[in-house]
Design a protein around this ligand. Structure first.
Ligand code: FAD
Ligand code: NAG
Ligand code: NAG
Ligand code: NAG
Ligand code: NAG
Length: 537
């Protein structure tokens, strides 16, 4: 048993002394936050504010556990006040940026017994681009589309490597990793974070230096669930893109050889030049190979002819455009304009979904793919499988560089997803996702089976609150090691450093790992401080 030499002292509010009922929470908020930024359950617009960024109507039913109130901060002091009042009066907070959480954890709770409020950052969304330094300060409530648009306005040669869907919020996305069409050339969104401002459980605003190395490491990919605090803003480094990029989609049905082509794709796509990403969307009896190439069609064609001739790419498939046009084109279609990426409402917001994910390190046998097509994908309520190739820059960092561990050796990520259109439906679609996931077990990454934290799935495990009013680390490992592998432990230690009382928590937040003892009263006689020591084995 090796005992780590990690010691940390932290002062904290003596909130237990004030531990009144949550009835005092709203008056506390009202003293610090203007009335028009507060929505209680009795406010006429409560329902519409709550629904405003819900991206999955599964979590907008009468049975959904709703917040006591919603705060829509206009500045940082409102966020600080929400934390201080919540802490003092026993109300937890859930933070919502873009509302895309697959399990709705930014605005709903699975458990009815613990009251909570939502801090909705949708209005907290300025984007400040520094062209000369090629950096941006972006607030958490901005969408990826707003970020991409602001960058492109300033320069056609700069870009940011993050997700494909323009309505995804920066807050949740950067705190969980974030990947899209530039992932092979530039890695994850969170790999490009240079600084951030975090409101911690004491209501302090901390930048990179003030939060310390461990916490700054943790929020860049391990912040799933707002475990460490509320990130107000992020400073990110931009990447260079050429003036012209090329987009193509080639569809192949099973009759046209899709099974063989897909089997081949597994080895080809992760090893292509980094300038080229070819993803595969498997739906029904068809595979759509969707691609972004950082260059012209003339430069792309010889690469495809030599590396992936079986796809039969020719000039008629090429669509040349700017990078920001490719964002609109790939996600919203050939008719979309660049302005459309600013639209915070998406057509798919009304669609009910269920999803989960896996990683693949060894190509899946052709016969298994054949079985997936004839079995799973031919079912009446079948969903789809989205395969994102890795390799390139995403694989270049060591597993411990950020909390996101799925790097070297990963061939691709699989996302299983299903959809339905009305409340009350969905049983067979959800069963399809769960059954395919069970079927895939022998063919995907094991020990632990891996998953992407930003594709949150509560089927992977739900936290249990153990003794001391603190989330159990041992129980958390069940889901936590799927998302984070060995990094889960370091995340739990960072959590104990910044939020030892486990104020920020939800069904899949990082549990604190460490023994903290209340040791005394500080110089001012106002706050006690804590001594924490971690058992490192
Ligand atoms: C339609 C759709 C498309 C997607 N496409 C991609 C993709 O291309 N690539 C990809 O990598 N992922 C993708 N995702 C997944 C997406 O990255 C995650 O769902 C992400 O967490 C969403 O962030 P958000 O701010 O919109 O969500 P929210 O629901 O607002 O937040 C998600 C989680 O982060 C916490 N959180 C939010 N803001 C903060 C904050 N400021 N500080 C601390 N914690 C916070 C929330 O409490 C919640 O637990 C997609 C999701 C959807 C629904
Ligand atoms: C934030 O808003 C409040 C009003 O609610 C105002 O008093 C305060 O000065 C503002 N703070 C900043 C930093 O702008
Ligand atoms: C657990 O902590 C919350 C706030 O952090 C507090 O309101 C609640 O009373 C605590 N519960 C118990 C059982 O101590
Ligand atoms: C290019 O590919 C398309 C679609 O596969 C095909 O119809 C067309 O004949 C091809 N053109 C050439 C010049 O090979
Ligand atoms: C935003 O997108 C939605 C869904 O596609 C559409 O109904 C709406 O008209 C769009 N809004 C604007 C301003 O384009």
């Amino acid at each position: 048993m090796a005992l780590a030499a990690m010691l940390a002292i932290s002062s904290f509010f003596l909130f237990s002394a004030h531990a009144a009922s949550s009835d005092d929470f709203l008056p506390c908020l009202s003293r610090a936050i203007p009335e028009q930024l507060l929505f209680t359950r009795s406010s006429p617009s409560f329902a519409s504010v709550l629904a405003s960024s819900v991206r999955n109507p599964r979590f907008l039913t009468p049975a959904t556990v709703r917040p006591l109130c919603i705060v829509t901060p206009a500045n940082a002091s409102h966020v600080q006040a929400a934390v201080v009042c919540g802490r003092r009066h026993g109300v937890r907070l859930r933070v919502r940026s873009g509302g895309h959480d697959y399990e709705g954890l930014s605005y709903r709770s699975v458990r009815a017994e613990e009251p909570f409020a939502v801090v909705d950052l949708a209005g907290f969304r300025s984007v400040r681009v520094n062209r000369r330094a090629a950096t941006v300060w972006v607030d958490s409530g901005a969408t990826l589309g707003e970020l991409y648009y602001a960058i492109a306005k300033v320069s056609g040669r700069l870009a940011f490597p993050a997700g494909m869907c323009p309505t995804v919020g920066v807050g949740g996305h950067l705190s969980g990793g974030g990947f899209g069409m530039l992932l092979r050339k530039h890695g994850l969104a969170t790999d490009h974070v240079m600084d951030a401002t975090l409101v911690d459980a004491k209501g302090r605003i901390l930048d990179r230096n003030a939060m310390g190395r461990d916490v700054f490491w943790a929020i860049r990919g391990g912040g799933v669930g707002g475990s460490f605090g509320i990130v107000l803003s992020w400073q990110v480094k931009l990447v260079a893109v050429p003036p012209t990029v090329t987009v193509f989609t080639v569809e192949r049905s099973v009759e046209q050889g899709a099974v063989d082509i897909l089997a081949k794709w597994q080895e080809v796509a992760p090893a292509l030049p980094d300038d080229l990403l070819v993803r595969a969307v498997v739906h029904g009896q068809v595979v759509s190979f969707q691609s972004l190439y950082l260059g012209t069609c003339d430069a792309l064609l010889p690469v495809m002819r030599s590396r992936f001739p079986v796809l039969g790419l020719n000039r008629t498939h090429c669509n040349e455009m700017t990078w920001v046009q490719s964002v609109a084109y790939i996600y919203l279609g050939a008719d979309a304009t660049v302005e459309d990426i600013l639209n915070r409402t998406a057509a798919e917001d009304a669609v009910f979904t269920k999803a989960t994910s896996d990683y693949v390190r060894q190509a899946i046998a052709r016969e298994v793919w054949a079985e997936i097509f004839t079995g799973w994908l031919a079912k009446p309520d079948a969903g789809l499988m989205i395969l994102e190739p890795y390799g390139g820059k995403i694989a270049a960092l060591p597993e411990s560089a950020t909390p996101f561990p799925h790097r070297s050796g990963v061939l691709y990520n699989i996302q299983y997803m299903n959809f339905w259109e009305a409340a009350g439906e969905g049983a067979s679609q959800m069963a399809w996702v769960r059954d395919v996931y069970a079927f895939m077990e022998p063919h995907v990454t094991k020990n632990p089976r891996a998953a992407y934290g930003n594709y949150r799935d509560l089927d992977l495990g739900i936290n249990v609150v153990a003794g001391g009013n603190i989330t159990s680390y041992e129980t958390g490992r069940k889901w936590g090691e799927k998302y984070y592998k060995g990094n889960f432990k370091r995340l739990a230690m960072a959590k104990a450093e910044i939020d030892p009382d486990d104020y920020f928590r939800n069904e899949q937040s990082i549990p604190p790992l460490g023994m903290c003892l209340v040791e005394g009263i500080n110089n001012y006689g106002m706050e006690s401080f804590r001594l924490c020591r971690w058992d490192d084995h």
